[in-house]
Ligand binder design. Structure first.
Ligand code: NAG
Ligand code: NAG
Length: 398
């Protein structure tokens, strides 16, 4: 009797020991087996979901230059460009499937969208990705250094997609930027894929500033507008309002889906960021985005962000946003002096819900519009999606 009891507890002990050994060995094996890079079920996958002219190129760079990130700009561009006589609604599943493949570092799907003889230079805006200018894709920029797009463009373009794939495998984070996603439902299978760990950063901007910025290069948007509007024909003067209406609707649709009674797989996986908050508090907002996707802020990155936001050079954030003081005239305010009030009124009408949801105050007269010392941005509690009553600048700063 006594003997068998001892045996039983010994057995239990040995079983636990065995289990621990298996777990330890498995961890060790995963860590020491670099040939497949970071196993896909340990990687973090991020969609930087935004819209045209909403600061996503800058925020994209903030991810692209992070040493742990494989970044790719807009794989969806390939789908929209190849199938340009279609509509966004029809193309959304092809976009989803392309993104899923890229998250899995499988670039074979791009075959369908690229020219017959393709290489890295066939990928849209490839030189904006630091990872594509660094080993193993290209030897130009050592890992951990900041890349120079001009030099990368001259040096790295002829790498084959195999090199792109190898690069993708070797990072802990894959970040894809897209301005061509108008709802979250098509992405549900990606949230539910056990080998993906998907997070969405939803970057939005005041629609009045978006319209003003889009007007400056209206021709560039003709093809995309037709896809957004499902190829419907309409008077040319209507197009910009219909497009911004679709964009605003998508902001409402996406944030409501993610924040009001979301399916369980969506909880904690969505973060909304306003461009204006990034322009005003870049370091805080960027740190919060990094936190959200489990990336560390490094001293080097902090320095780089400081330079971008305080420098005067071309391409600096300060130059791009024309930030002159915290509350007043950054480039986000330029619409207030350049857009006619009747246009502003129309944008406010088609974007009413989005603006109140996102915290952009409407103006009711031309006079109000031009009174630049009135801040139209409703302050937000940092890192939360809840609007607070007006606070002093100092206390909303921490
Ligand atoms: C990038 O490289 C180009 C060409 O070598 C150079 O002229 C430019 O100043 C560099 N840009 C930065 C930001 O270092
Ligand atoms: C890479 O692609 C570019 C553009 O399609 C082409 O001009 C070049 O010859 C290609 N290089 C290789 C090595 O395939």
């Amino acid at each position: 009797m006594v003997r068998s009891r001892v045996n039983l507890s010994t057995m239990v002990f040995l079983l636990i020991l065995h289990g621990a050994a298996v777990v330890l060995f498995f961890n060790w094996y995963i860590r020491l087996n670099p040939c497949d890079g970071i196993p896909s079920n340990r990687k973090i996958h991020v969609v930087l979901l935004s819209s045209w002219r909403s600061g996503s190129s800058f925020v994209g760079q903030v991810f692209s230059q992070h040493p742990s990130v494989f970044y790719l700009m807009e794989p969806a561009w390939h789908v929209w460009t190849k199938l340009r006589n279609s509509g966004a609604q029809t193309l959304r599943m092809a976009v989803r499937d392309l993104m899923r493949s890229v998250f899995h570092c499988d670039f074979s799907v791009t075959d369908a969208y690229l020219p017959e003889h393709h290489n890295m230079s066939s990928l849209f805006m490839w030189s904006h990705s630091r990872a594509l200018c660094s080993p193993p894709a290209c030897s130009l920029t050592p890992r951990g250094y900041f890349s120079n797009q001009t030099q990368c463009l001259q040096t790295c373009g002829e790498v084959g997609l195999q090199g792109v794939q190898e690069a993708c495998f070797s990072y802990s984070h894959v970040v894809l930027k897209s301005v061509r996603i108008f709802e979250l439902e098509s992405l549900y299978p990606l949230f539910e894929d056990p080998s993906l760990d998907l997070r969405i950063i939803h970057l939005v901007r005041d629609p009045r500033a978006v319209v003003r910025s889009r007007e400056q290069s209206a021709k560039a948007f003709v093809g995309d507008n037709a896809v957004v509007l499902e190829q419907k024909s309409m008077p040319p003067a209507e197009i910009q309002y219909q497009v911004i209406q679709e964009i605003c609707r998508s902001h409402v649709r996406i944030s409501e889906r993610a924040l009001q009674n979301p399916p369980s797989f969506l909880k904690g996986r969505y973060k909304m960021v306003r461009y204006e908050d990034v322009a005003r508090n870049p370091l805080e907002e960027i740190s919060a985005m990094y936190d959200f996707v489990d990336l560390d802020m490094t001293n080097q990155l902090e320095e780089w962000i400081y330079k971008l936001t305080h420098g005067k050079g071309k391409g600096s954030l300060k130059e791009a946003f024309k930030i002159t003081s915290r509350n007043a005239a950054d480039v986000s305010q330029a619409w207030r002096t350049t857009l006619p009030h009747n246009k502003v009124k129309r944008i406010q009408e088609v974007c009413k819900r989005a603006m109140s949801l996102l915290g952009y105050t409407t103006v009711n007269s031309d006079k109000e519009q031009k009174r630049l010392d009135t801040d139209l941005l409703v302050p937000r509690e940092p890192y939360q999606f809840s609007w607070l009553p007006q606070k002093t600048e100092h206390s909303s700063n921490n």
